[in-house]
Every structure is written in structure tokens, then in C-alpha cells.
Design a protein. Structure first.
Length: 469
């Protein structure tokens, strides 16, 4: 009697386990199916060839910016795949010189000239497309994706801002991280401010560095392409040397033009003493300080005054400035960065600067302390709370929305004029951990399913053992 009763219970348990297993399978399968639709897959079977059949296709597919393909003349390259291509990500070795993209019924001109990393979403799925590159183009890598959301490491740069809340003014590629710490992640993605970065020097002489810079900025939550001017990087040990080399007037004109163009509420600039004594950092701080005054005056630098109008910034913080000191708190977890702190994100971003890691690391000490600033200029009074670069600045409506990203689509045979912009870098940052949403979703579903199965199995085992006794 008791035995029969137990047998019945046992059967019910088995049935429950089977039902639970079926449910788990169903939910897991659906989660995967949904994600498959939502997320793009990288397509790796793409063949690349030009008219002469001489292109080194491997160099474009090897995910390595050090292997390059150089086009000494205008060159059409065709890409074909068995899979449907819906997006393409191009990495150039220098500022993009323009190209013409043809696929299906479309012919498009590049609209991100000057950029290094160029992402293009296609209007339709295609199995083949052709890109005509201009003479002098150097391409390092090309990535292809299916329909859906591309991985986070794929940089989708927007044009420089029309109106910035904050203008960040590093000298070299990496100074914006090393010395300004959590400034970019905290104020860009986390607080939703419009942050524009403009360097004083370019590093075209070391072609990997602009890529590192873009990777670091992207990791920091910056989405508007940085400004990279024509001042070449050279090492100086004092202010005079740097000012003589670059030209005091030329530097001031550059910074006045930036202030008038981007109309920032807040400026973040270098230490007047050049942090570890770099003359170019000193020249940057010196010139920014002058430019803040000059930008207000309609009689100085007429060209940018006529183009952009005059502008008065509300506040300017200089790194390590000894008056009106403020110590920024970069150790708060940031929601938009998966709980990482501003300092953590800065560490990730600096890791993108592979070539510089032997010299520098993020720090909270001495001249490398990325939290120490001083309010050098204010049109809105002194800081009281001393915890926010935007203290005393009233919330305002953004004047203009930036990033036009309008692409001209024409019927075949009608080529269009192109837009153009500034310069920058591609290639994913291999060191920066970007949370993989897709994986975390899978892991969650699988974990729940496994948990249910495991629980059911344990119950079954207990019952079975009890029955045996
Ligand atoms: Zn520097």
C-alpha cells in the first residue's frame, strides 16, 4: 500500500521534472532566438578583390592595425560574402580621404571624411558591395556585420558637437585620461553632458596613437569625434620653447576658435606647470587661459568671431591649479558603465593606449593626481559644494542638436557631393572590457534554467532515496 503510494508520488515528480525541463528548454531557446534577431553577427567569410587582383585581402581581415593596404591610385575594391551584410566598419590609417560605396540600388559618398574609424549601416542586406577608395588611402581593417545591434567595440562616431557643455583640452593623446581621470565618463554618458575633446597635438607620426586615442575616448563614453589639429607632437621642457615652436599667436587663435565654435559652459585644461614639466602642456594651459579672455572680444581673431560669434565660458578648471581647489570624486559607481567608477573607466581607457603603458598609469598622487583641479575662471561665482564642475551653472536647453549624420542616397549613376569633418582613430580597444550584454542575457537564462533543473533533480533524488529505504 505504502509502496504504491510512493510509486505514484515518484511518477508525479518525474512528470513535473519533464515539464520543468521542457519549459527551461523553451525559454532558453526563445532567449537565444530573440538575441539572434536583436544582435548583429560578425561576418568573416568576406572575399575582397580589386580590378587587378592584387589586393592583400588578409591584411584587411586580420584585426590588426599594423598590417595595411595602400591605394596609390583610385581603386575599386569588391567585397562578397555568402552571408547577408548589413553593416561595415572601416579602419583607416590616416584621416579618411573620401570613398564611394556602391551596393544594390545605392551609391553613397563617405560622410565622415577626416575620421579614422568609419561605421556604415547599409539600407538593405547585400551579398556584395564595392568601395572606390581615393588615391592615397591607407586601409588597415574592414569588419562586416549582419543585421542587428553591432557589438559595443564597434565605434559609431558622430560629428563634433555644434554646442558643447564641456570642452576638454588635452595636449597629447592620453592626457585627457591620465590627468583628467573620470571627467569624460562621469560627465558624458553618466551625467549626459555634451562633452567635446580637442587635442593640441596630433600624432600622425606614430600612426597607432590616433587609434589608441579613439579607442580610449570611445571607452570613456565620448561619442563625438575629437578635434586633432595640425600642431605636431614635439617634446619641450619649458613654456618658451613650446610657444616659440608652435607660435604664441597660432595657439591662441586655435583655442579662441575652439571656444567660439563649441561654446562650452565649462573648460577642462592642463596644469600651468605642465604636470611633469612638459613644455607643450604648459603652452596649452597658458594659451587656453589667454583664449578664455580673447574669445569674448569681438576685435580679437576676426575670422573665428565672424564665423562663430564671440563666447564667454562660464567656468574653467585647470589641472592642479592651486587656487579655488577642488578634488573630484572619481570613485562613485557609474550606472552607465555597469557599476565601474570613473577611475575604473579611466584605467580601462588608458589601457587602450598600449604604446604608452610603459610610461604611465592612472594615479591619485602628485602631479599625476587626476582628481585635483582649481577653478581658474568663473563667470558664475565661486564653488561652494566643490564637487561638480557644473556647480552654479543653471540647467539650460541645448542650443543646437549636433551630429547631422545625414547621408545622401541617390539613384545609381548620380554621384553626390560629400560632407566632411575632422580626424581620428579606429580598431576596437582590446583591453577595455565592455560589458557584453548578449552574453550576460544568455548566462542569466541558462542559469535560471539550470537552477530549475538542478532543483528538480535534487527533489527527485531525495524522493528516490526515501523510496529505496
Ligand atoms: Zn601630454
Amino acid at each position: 500500500m505504502e509502496n504504491k503510494y510512493l510509486q505514484k508520488i515518484y511518477k508525479i515528480i518525474i512528470l513535473v521534472i519533464m515539464i520543468l525541463a521542457l519549459f527551461s528548454f523553451y525559454f532558453t531557446y526563445n532567449a537565444f532566438a530573440d538575441d539572434e534577431e536583436k544582435y548583429a553577427v560578425q561576418i568573416t567569410d568576406v572575399q575582397a578583390y580589386d580590378e587587378k587582383g592584387s589586393i592583400n585581402a588578409d591584411a584587411l581581415a586580420d584585426d590588426n592595425i599594423y598590417t595595411k593596404v595602400r591605394f596609390s591610385e583610385v581603386t575599386s575594391v569588391s567585397f562578397t560574402s555568402q552571408s547577408d551584410i548589413k553593416a561595415i566598419y572601416l579602419i583607416f590609417d590616416g584621416p579618411l580621404k573620401g570613398y564611394t560605396l556602391s551596393y544594390g540600388d545605392y551609391i553613397l559618398k563617405s560622410d565622415k571624411d577626416g575620421f579614422l574609424h568609419d561605421f556604415k549601416q547599409l539600407y538593405t542586406n547585400v551579398n556584395s558591395l564595392t568601395i572606390e577608395f581615393n588615391a592615397g588611402t591607407v586601409l588597415t581593417d574592414v569588419y562586416f556585420f549582419s543585421e542587428g545591434e553591432v557589438p559595443e567595440w564597434v565605434q559609431r562616431w558622430e560629428n563634433p558637437l555644434e554646442k558643447a557643455d564641456m570642452l576638454v583640452l588635452p595636449t597629447h593623446h592620453d592626457d585627457e585620461i591620465l590627468f583628467f581621470g573620470g571627467t569624460m565618463p562621469v560627465y558624458s554618458l553618466e551625467k549626459g553632458k555634451k562633452v567635446q575633446v580637442a587635442y593640441m597635438n596630433n600624432h600622425w607620426g606614430e600612426p597607432y596613437r590616433p587609434h589608441e586615442a579613439l579607442n580610449g575616448l570611445w571607452t570613456s563614453g565620448i561619442r563625438n569625434y575629437p578635434i586633432i589639429p595640425d600642431f605636431n607632437d614635439t617634446k619641450f621642457y619649458d613654456l618658451e620653447g613650446a610657444l616659440n615652436y608652435y607660435g604664441e599667436d597660432a595657439l591662441q587663435e586655435y583655442y579662441v576658435s575652439l571656444i567660439r565654435r563649441f561654446k562650452p559652459e565649462v573648460i577642462i585644461a592642463h596644469d600651468f606647470n605642465g604636470e611633469y614639466g612638459h613644455g607643450s602642456h604648459m603652452a596649452s594651459a597658458y594659451s587656453v587661459a589667454k583664449a578664455i579672455e580673447l574669445a569674448k572680444n569681438s576685435e580679437s581673431f576676426l575670422s573665428s568671431a565672424n564665423t562663430y560669434g564671440v563666447w564667454e565660458v562660464k567656468k574653467a578648471y585647470f589641472h592642479l591649479y592651486q587656487e579655488n581647489k577642488i578634488v573630484m570624486e572619481w570613485d562613485q559607481p557609474l550606472q552607465k558603465f555597469g557599476g565601474k567608477t570613473g577611475f575604473d573607466v579611466a584605467v580601462d581607457a588608458l589601457n587602450c593606449h598600449q604604446s604608452q603603458l610603459k610610461y604611465y598609469s592612472m594615479s591619485k598622487r602628485g602631479v599625476y593626481d587626476c582628481r585635483q583641479f582649481g577653478l581658474y575662471y568663473s563667470a558664475v561665482g565661486e564653488d561652494v559644494e566643490k564637487n561638480d564642475f557644473f556647480e552654479n551653472i543653471p540647467e539650460y536647453q541645448a542650443v543646437v542638436d549636433q551630429s547631422l549624420i545625414s547621408e545622401v542616397v541617390l539613384p545609381k549613376d548620380t554621384l553626390v557631393a560629400e560632407e566632411s569633418i575632422d580626424n581620428s582613430v579606429p580598431n576596437p580597444c582590446f583591453n577595455c572590457e565592455v560589458p557584453d550584454k548578449k552574453n550576460s542575457d544568455y548566462v542569466f537564462v541558462i542559469a535560471v534554467a539550470s537552477g530549475i533543473c538542478a532543483l528538480a533533480l535534487i527533489i527527485a533524488l531525495i524522493i528516490y532515496k526515501g523510496r529505496k529505504k
